[in-house]
Design a binder for this molecule. Structure first.
Ligand SMILES: NC(=O)c1ccc[n+]([C@@H]2O[C@H](COP(=O)([O-])OP(=O)(O)OC[C@H]3O[C@@H](n4cnc5c(N)ncnc54)[C@H](OP(=O)(O)O)[C@@H]3O)[C@@H](O)[C@H]2O)c1
Length: 300
């Protein structure tokens, strides 16, 4: 099968589209004929050696496709599924454990479905499991136009929160169009000065942004980070700050897919490219300014 293989860490040249052996199927696992994969920043972070991974490895986590073979009672051959692949999803075939998959709702395209797993689960767990977001509270989503951010804005609204998003000038209308009540353009305003009394802040940007968001959260509030560790002085300021590492949950994934399929959650696709154009897809993600998700169409 064709797959994008990372043999050693490095620049873009470290990745090649190669002919490789198909992954082996274990008990409780499903072999997926991949239709679409989505790009996550972790993919180029693995390539650059910023996150650990045993190599060689096929890149990619998010997958949508058709069950080609099954050693699971939960999924039969021919079923359409979405989820997180164990063996790498930038490939024609990928293996996933049954607990990492859910059935793909008919109302979703494979591209939409592949966009959901990592961003959906991360947003859900950040806002609900860690943030404890309640109706009537104020949620702040930093990086509101990104893969995680655009889903988080909508989940926060669905939870009944007053929702504020941050991003650059060009994304204002997009984020407000997702339902955000307020938008802070970080290129024109200092977010820390513009906002205060936030109950739950989700930082998808990391670095300096994480530090500056601390000032926006009320005492007793929560700052959830996903791109870098929580600021050390959070407790001194009376803020509970926590780093979330997404974990698989088929219940949560099924609910997020249902929201998307019923039109309650809009999945924004920045660009869809054929698998062979994976370098372009990764470069767009690496720019840090994609709007929504980048999809690899593996069937093309
Ligand atoms: N811990 C976990 O389990 C987990 C899970 C998923 C992702 N992550 C990490 O979370 C981060 C976000 O992931 P993602 O998929 O959402 O990335 P992404 O889609 O690449 O995010 C891009 C977005 O970030 C926005 N942005 C860039 N700088 C900003 C700033 N200073 N303020 C506000 N917005 C800014 C951009 O908007 P503008 O163009 O308007 O600037 C763009 O829309 C990545 O570092 C990723 O590795 C962690």
């Amino acid at each position: 099968m064709r797959a994008v293989l990372l043999r050693e860490t490095g620049g873009p040249e470290a990745l090649r589209l190669e002919e490789v052996e198909q992954p082996e199927l274990g008990d409780g696992e499903v072999l997926v004929h991949v239709q679409a994969a989505s790009v996550n920043p972790s993919d180029w972070k693995y390539r650059r050696g910023l996150l650990p991974k045993s190599l060689p490895a096929v890149l990619g986590s998010d997958v949508s496709g058709t069950v080609e073979a099954s050693r699971s009672d939960a999924f039969a051959e021919g079923e359409e599924v979405l989820g997180i692949a164990r063996s790498g999803s930038y490939a024609e075939l990928a293996v996933a454990a049954e607990r990492m998959l859910v059935g793909k709702p008919a109302g979703l395209t494979h591209a939409q479905a592949a966009a959901i797993p990592v961003t959906g689960l991360t947003s859900w767990q950040a806002l609900h499991d860690r943030g404890g977001l309640q109706a009537g509270q104020t949620a702040l989503i930093a990086g509101a136009a990104g893969g995680v951010g655009h889903v988080a804005v909508q989940l926060a609204k669905l939870a009944g929160a007053r929702t504020i998003g941050t991003g650059s000038t060009r994304n204002r209308d997009f984020v407000l169009g997702l339902g955000a009540d307020e938008y802070v353009d970080y290129t024109r305003q200092d977010v820390a000065e513009a906002l205060n009394d936030v109950d739950v802040a989700l930082d998808t940007v990391g670095g300096e942004t994480t530090r500056s968001l601390l000032a926006t959260v009320r005492s007793g509030g929560v700052l959830v980070t996903i791109a870098s560790g929580p600021p050390e002085d959070a407790a001194e300021r009376g803020v509970r700050a926590e780093l979330v590492i997404m974990s698989p949950s088929s219940e949560q994934l099924a609910e997020i897919a249902r929201l998307a399929a019923t039109g309650q959650l809009r999945i924004e696709i920045a660009e869809t490219l054929p698998l062979a154009e994976f370098q372009q897809a990764l470069a767009l993600s690496e720019s840090g300014h994609a709007r929504g998700k980048i999809i690899l169409d593996v069937a093309r």
